[in-house]
Ligand binder design. Structure first.
Ligand code: NIG
Ligand code: FE
Length: 413
């Protein structure tokens, strides 16, 4: 496939960085009036139309004219829970009427509400629901995704979720990373025996999941009423022994020392961060952990905003992801996430694009495969509608400016 007459091709690198931090997040290299070629699902070359000699010796070459359009790498969504059953709009209305996310959880709603649904649903039905959501987010420009378990909370149901993720992976649409989040909440049957549930995670769930190769990462919801910092470390350490790489849900509803624990355990990312403080920022600076902000969840739950600007200004990298899930963020639209990064968190459009492409790719160890326009990376690309500048992407926060999504070098529809 050949894309020609591209108004601007953005995020281009001969050698892709692994991630961008601090001031470097403002850089967004681009080529005006560009062409790009893909073959066998990969980007094989690109350049300016002035130097374009024409590719004449290819058979069945599909040419897309991108006049007045921008081409960029697809979004990388490094934090989602798109494998879930049913929806939770009653809790949404309860919150409108004054209850908090914590109030709802204390009454047995929240994550445990989704657990009831997951335990009832068949694997095939769960696959069908999740498959629709995967296709939905790809059509909105997501070209790589991480998906968590964590609504099953018993061996059989966690395996059901992870097998569905495996089936989505095996479709080979876009790169998918699977995260085992057995430590998402304490299920009712262990209400008075938290240690018993942790024992189940470590000694019953982890060995089977590792043996069947069902997860890449292990995650814990480190939060008051869920898992404390010591339990978080214990679970992450157990996961590491089975070859899983840690991620952490941290400092979302209170300061839980989740960042400290994530850094200590060598996590690839630490996510949410509403209660991140200066001490945490210093810890993150000494680590390779990608701080990841989930603005959809903060918006939907009306939480205070994580200090994104302060983090970047102190030299940190930052990623933005969707957290698509039925309780705290029922959208996986990464273009909206891009807008929120600019509007609410004061990232410049360049910083926001980097935060939702290369940095979020790093947060799921896919920085060598996606996230920039670089020869050898997957041809997972967004072609915009006719627009004058990429700044319009976050600016029109409610408008779909995506004309076509290219996945593995082919048009997605
Ligand atoms: O990332 N914070 C914890 N977990 C999810 C919410 C899950 C739910 O409410 O279903 C989150 O926001
Ligand atoms: Fe989450």
């Amino acid at each position: 496939m050949l894309l020609k007459n591209i108004k601007s091709l953005i995020g281009v690198y001969d050698n892709s960085p692994q991630k961008l931090a601090g001031l470097d997040m403002k850089t967004l290299p681009l080529i005006e009036n560009a062409w790009l070629a893909c073959e066998d699902g990969l980007i094989i070359d690109f350049g300016t139309m002035e130097d374009f000699s024409g590719i004449t010796n290819w058979k069945d070459l599909e040419v897309i004219d991108c006049s007045n359009k921008i081409v960029m790498p697809c979004f990388a969504d490094s934090h989602t829970h798109i494998v879930y059953a049913g929806s939770r709009e009653k809790e949404f209305v309860d919150r409108i009427n004054g209850l908090s996310y914590e109030d709802i959880a204390k009454r047995g709603g929240g994550i445990l509400n989704s657990t009831l649904k997951i335990r009832e649903i068949s694997e095939d039905e769960l696959f069908e629901q999740s498959f629709l959501r995967l296709k939905e987010v790809i059509s909105q420009g997501t070209g790589a995704i991480e998906i968590k378990s964590g609504y099953g909370l018993d061996l059989e149901s966690e395996l059901k979720m992870l097998r569905v993720i495996k089936r989505l992976k095996d479709l080979n649409f876009i790169p998918i990373k699977a995260t085992f989040l057995g430590a998402h909440a304490i299920p009712n049957e262990f209400k008075n025996n938290n240690e018993g549930y942790i024992d189940l995670i470590i000694n019953s769930m982890l060995p089977v999941i590792a043996k069947e190769g069902l997860a890449d990462f292990i995650d814990v919801f480190c939060e008051k009423g869920y898992f404390n910092e010591y339990q978080t470390k214990q679970i992450l350490d157990a996961g590491k022994k089975h070859g899983l790489i840690p991620k952490v849900h941290a400092e979302q509803l209170s300061h839980s020392n989740g960042i400290k624990t994530a850094v200590l355990c060598g996590s690839i990312s630490v996510d949410h961060l509403e209660f991140c403080n200066e001490y945490d920022i210093d810890l993150l600076k000494e680590s390779n952990t990608m701080p990841t902000i989930l603005p959809g969840a903060a918006l939907f739950l009306n939480l205070k905003l994580p200090p994104a600007r302060q983090m970047i200004d102190s030299g940190l990298p930052i990623a933005f992801a969707s957290d698509y899930n039925p309780g705290s963020c029922p959208t996986g639209n990464m273009k909206l996430i891009l807008s929120l990064a600019c509007i609410q968190y004061k990232l410049t459009p360049e910083e926001a694009i980097n935060a939702t492409t290369i940095n979020s790719a790093y947060a799921m160890q896919l920085e060598n495969e996606v996230g920039t326009i670089t020869i050898g990376k997957r041809a997972n690309l967004i072609i915009t509608k006719e627009i004058n500048s990429y700044e319009l992407l976050p600016y029109y926060f409610g408008t779909n400016l995506i004309d076509k999504v290219i996945i593995n070098g082919q048009k997605w529809d």
